[in-house]
Write a protein that binds this ligand. Sequence first.
Ligand SMILES: [Zn+2]
Length: 108
Amino acid sequence: MKKPDEHDSHDQSHEHTHDKDMCRRYLGSLSDYVDGTLGDELCEELEAHISVCENCRVVVDTLGKTVTLYHQLPSPELPDAVKSRLYTVLDLTAYVPESRTGSEEDGQ
Ligand SMILES: [Zn+2]
């Protein structure tokens, strides 16, 4: 009975401080990259670096998601029904600790 995948061992002795200057340089272009305004050459350079650099990959991933979200959600507002419901729940939680209001509009 062994775990099939024991991959997660903290091995601090293996620290590779590879090209941190490079990272720093690319990091400045990352926002341009996710915006799609970076030149083709730089894009390829960046992608090549990202494919071997987890740090930068995480940054791009985060930025990319943020940008994608902005593009996909032009109006990040909740539907009124959801919002009022949320407000109700919050109000009840804040003012009625026992959640006993006598009304049955909870709907669970
Ligand atoms: Zn990097």
